[in-house]
Design a protein around this ligand. Structure first.
Ligand SMILES: Nc1ncnc2c1ncn2[C@@H]1O[C@H](COP(=O)(O)OP(=O)(O)OP(=O)(O)O)[C@@H](O)[C@H]1O
Ligand SMILES: [Mg+2]
Length: 241
């Protein structure tokens, strides 16, 4: 069964979709079967970041509302055969329950290793819908003070979901410690009391190309993600620390 991980943030524009799609690519490069599921209805762009826009005949809402089978809503990535996009190509016109989406994801789950869920920013319905479909979470923030305050709020709310694992990704992390107003990634993790999965620097290639398969930072993100997961499994089995 696939592990379902929601990629979330407090503030918008901090890099959730970038992290979600690049992690998906890195996991697929390692041979895992991955779905990137876009639950940011209305402002969806994971398909664009993955470079598969205009390829979908159906989207997640079609699957939820029975216009297609869940598998038909998946778009295979042209370069990474084990990577699939499950897009959301429209604004919600009526309420869609988390349970309805969960059922779609559950039916796809046996054939996949990971379902990465791209969430809308903030703490409104869309965030709760995305979080309710997952068992684990990655919280993305930048070191900016406004992003940190929002991340702190979300970190508190994520606790109530009792996820098996909540990890932190600091995006646009600063190595330049001369600027005292920026906390280091480690300081941010300590402040938010979350394990740091990765600190990703600003990268012009990410900005222009979205997916940077050879990026050392994203490869490191995937390694750390898999290690963190292994740690959780060991703890769950009563081994390790
Ligand atoms: N590490 C990075 N280096 C350079 N540019 C980045 C990096 N991370 C993200 N970006 C750029 O920042 C912009 C916002 O990123 P992204 O869309 O992933 O954020 P988001 O959190 O998903 O936004 P939203 O809340 O609107 O969904 C994009 O143009 C993206 O290419
Ligand atoms: Mg996004």
């Amino acid at each position: 069964m696939a592990r379902k991980i929601v990629v979330t943030s407090g503030k918008g524009g901090v890099g959730k979709t970038t992290v979600c799609c690049n992690l998906g690519v890195q996991l697929a490069r390692r041979g895992y079967r991955v779905i990137v599921c876009d639950l940011d209805f209305g402002l969806n762009n994971a398909d664009v970041v993955l470079g598969v826009e205009n390829r979908a005949l159906y989207d997640v809402l079609d699957a939820v509302e029975g216009r297609c089978r869940p598998k038909q809503a998946l778009v295979a990535h042209p370069y990474y055969p084990t990577l699939f996009s499950l897009s959301s190509n429209r604004v919600l016109e009526r309420y869609v329950s988390p349970q309805a989406i969960r059922l779609v994801l559950e039916s796809l789950s046996p054939q996949f290793d990971y379902i990465l869920i791209d969430s809308p920013a903030g703490i409104e319905d869309g965030f709760h819908r995305a979080a309710s479909c997952a068992e684990e979470a990655l919280l993305v923030t930048t070191p900016h003070i406004s992003a940190l305050r929002d991340a702190d709020r979300v970190a508190g709310i994520l606790k109530s979901y009792r996820f098996s694992c909540v990890g932190l990704v600091v995006n646009l992390a600063r190595r330049d410690r001369r600027r005292a107003e920026f906390l280091s990634a480690e300081e941010i993790a300590a402040t938010l009391r979350l394990p740091l999965i990765a600190a990703l620097p600003e990268d012009d290639k990410v900005f222009s190309e979205n997916i940077v398969a050879k990026s050392r930072a994203f490869r490191g993100l995937a390694d750390a993600f898999l290690n963190a997961e292994a740690g959780v499994q060991l703890r769950a089995q009563g081994r390790g620390r």
